[in-house]
Design a protein around this ligand. Structure first.
Ligand code: AMP
Length: 219
């Protein structure tokens, strides 16, 4: 079973994807993480990816697809959680050539909460865990490394990313239509997590899959 997580930057896609990976054994693919890894590792794509990320723009399709395809080729126990892909209808059509999309969880959060969360978001440069500054003393709770801000979590870039979301990504709600399941993540995180759990349990019951099913792939 393959699930797409849709939502504005900072809506909590990464956190829900992590939960789904730990709880059910889904394979989490974050195209944003893949982009940042390419920058860190200074790959052939690194420079061009950085140029786009630093402006809050989408990275060119061929690069994103290349990164995505090599992840999807890897084995998965139950299926994939796609976090940050697709970002527009062209990407959605490309995705459907590679894997079946069973459900799309749309994480809904109003803009004012998004801005507050993103501006307080900090990451551990060592183990890449994500925190809200308010919940830490500035250091990673796992490895003690001093937390840093993501380069694109700057107010001007965030505003651009939100515009890109409105223009490019929001039309996917209509595109995926009946596959869309809306999750409100504007208040208590535990409430959103239990809702997601209920949804996935029901989907698994319906498809008759268990968590050790090998996700169906087209490539
Ligand atoms: P994220 O971590 O998902 O917020 O993504 C951070 C940045 O990576 C985005 O603002 C884009 O520049 C780039 N990116 C991530 N996923 C995609 C995608 N599917 N298509 C194009 N660019 C992407």
């Amino acid at each position: 079973m393959n699930i797409v997580l849709l939502g504005k930057p900072g809506a909590g896609k990464g956190m829900f994807a992590e939960f789904l990976q730990k709880h059910y054994g889904f394979t989490h693919i974050s195209t944003g993480d893949l982009c940042r890894k390419n920058i860190r590792d200074n790959t052939i794509y690194g420079k061009i990816v950085e140029e786009h990320i630093s402006k809050g723009q989408l990275v060119p399709l061929e690069i994103i697809l290349d990164m995505l395809k090599s992840e999807i080729k890897k084995e998965t126990s139950i299926g994939f959680i796609l976090d940050g892909f697709p970002r527009n209808i062209i990407q959605a059509k490309e995705l459907e050539k590679i894997v079946d999309v069973d459900a799309v969880l749309m994480i809904d959060v109003p803009d004012e909460i998004i801005l507050e969360r993103i501006l307080n978001r900090r990451i551990c440069p060592n183990c890449h865990k994500v925190y809200n500054l308010k919940d830490t003393n500035g250091k990673c709770l796992e490895c003690g490394t001093v937390l840093v801000k993501r380069a694109d979590d700057d107010l001007k870039i965030v505003k651009n990313r939100l515009q890109v979301y409105e223009k490019e990504t929001k039309p996917l709600i209509e595109y995926f239509n009946k596959k869309i399941i809306v999750i409100d993540n504007s208040s208590q995180i535990d409430v959103a997590i239990s809702k997601i759990k209920e949804i996935i349990d029901n989907l698994l019951k319906k498809t008759g899959e268990n968590v050790w099913f090998v996700g169906h792939k087209k490539i």
